[in-house]
Ligand binder design. Structure first.
Ligand code: ZN
Length: 221
């Protein structure tokens, strides 16, 4: 956790004013958390639909399960708090670096900095939100539809492969170099493995659900 509060003690009066004008609050954290939760649910449901399609069923993901929703909510609240905390830390550092300016000179510089910060940060946040949600949807879908997965084909024929095929970090590179792995193995090690990790499992279930059983698939209930 980055500690921004101690940095306030190093600030001049003017710097403190600028920091106060631009810092984000607990209300901002709550807003972020809410926005992220909505994005998570969309990605989660979309992934459920994709997985259903993969086993031959045209079903829409419809997450209403209270336990799972609570889990996604908790993650999103934490993310919101972390976003605000990290922003306030870098804001404080930035303001401290501007000690030769007066208030009027500082403002446009901080506006420019903050815009650049969020332009870059939003990409990270969206990627993380999307990938964590999709990964969890895969875990939940496979485990809660275990009755389908376990009876249709031998487990070792159910496969997964990591995409995209390029990587910088050793964990991602390792999985990519292994090519097709068992679904079981893949589900034990869900991505993303680090911030900015674009990787996901592409699942090859190796079976299709009989059409009249599609309504029995778990889709978020
Ligand atoms: Zn990765």
């Amino acid at each position: 956790m980055l500690e921004w509060q101690p940095l306030l003690n190093q600030m001049s009066e003017v710097q403190r004013q600028v920091f106060n004008a631009f810092q984000q609050s607990e209300e901002d954290a709550a807003l972020w958390g809410n926005e992220i939760l909505q994005e998570r649910i969309l990605a989660y449901n979309d992934e459920l639909s994709t997985l259903a399609m993969g086993v031959g069923c045209q079903r829409d993901g419809r997450l209403v399960n209270p336990g799972i929703l609570q889990g996604l909510t908790n993650q999103s609240v934490q993310d919101g708090e972390s976003i605000v905390n990290t922003y306030n830390y870098y804001l404080a550092q930035n303001v401290l670096g501007l000690d030769v300016y007066n208030y009027e000179q500082m403002l446009p510089l901080i506006v420019t900095w903050a815009n650049g910060y969020f332009a870059q940060r939003n990409k990270l946040i969206n990627g993380w939100t999307e990938n964590t949600a999709r990964s969890q949807a895969q875990q939940d879908f496979v485990s809660r539809n275990a009755n389908f997965y376990s009876r249709e084909v031998p487990l070792k024929l159910q496969r997964a492969e990591m995409y995209p095929k390029t990587a910088v970090c050793p964990i991602c590179k390792g999985w990519i170099s292994r090519g097709s792995v068992t679904l079981n193995e893949a589900m034990k090690d869900p991505p993303p493995y680090h911030l900015q990790c674009p990787h996901y499992w592409s699942i090859e279930p190796g079976f299709a659900v009989v059409k009249n059983e599609c309504p029995n698939l778990w889709m978020g209930e």
